[in-house]
Write a protein that binds this ligand. Sequence first.
Ligand SMILES: [Zn+2]
Length: 298
Amino acid sequence: MQPLYQGKFSGHYLDAYGTAFGALPVAAQYAFALVFGLVIGSFLTVVVHRLPIMLERAWKAESTPIGEEPAQGRYNLAVPRSACPHCGHVLRAWENIPVVSYLLLRGRCAQCKAPVSPRYPLTELTTALLAAVSLYAFGPTLIALAAFGLCAALLVMSLIDFDTRYLPDSLTLPLLWAGLIVNLGSAGFVPIHEAVIGAIAGYLFLWCVYWLFRLVRGVEGMGYGDFKLLAALGAWLGWQALPQIVLLSALAGAIFGLTATGIGKMRFEEPLPFGPFLAAGGAITLFFGTPLYALFGG
Ligand SMILES: [Zn+2]
């Protein structure tokens, strides 16, 4: 398995930072990546839980009549401190260590013994794995850090979309800008013009599909967040990546949808959150390039 982009980034001026990291023994690099991934993953679980609540509160505050105070305390990604949703027990430092605390507490609250969702350690482990894979695919470079940033953002958006059927602008739009910035200059994943065209084409393509479905069948299969997510993926990976991402995600979505209806977990008419599939298609393309095109002689 030869990642598409491997070798492309060595010797670049931005890798001055990467070189210092690269001077560490390989085992130390991976150990660092895994621990870094666990810590970031722990933060991601907070974002997944709190961002939808913050957005809902902001939305409610805006619709509160002037003169009336919305009756809510401060709530953001840092405040209040993490607490058990059942008994309100505020987590002490040792109860807040990624994965380790979950294992030590055997997946239960230290006070009321209510079960803690395994999603927390699973998200942390997945993030750690993505950090290690980024290091493996791109070497000890800044571009590996960028790739990991993209993966972390995709993971957060997938989980939020899965929970709420909503992809917040406050995530999709910064991801789009970040993709354009990463590809400025010659150190990015693709030349900047391919990134710009990718952003435009990504949005327009799903926008067209959306309106086609609406006009022909009168159904809304997707939300505007999906257009923005594909635009962001186009900004990161270039327009050439888009057909593969769309194909992979449509295929995965169809298989998942049919399986879920088949085993009675979903009704056929129920809309599927498309974000997780787009994100998966994007992550596969990030690490494996576009092998799908070889099937078509590309
Ligand atoms: Zn509790």
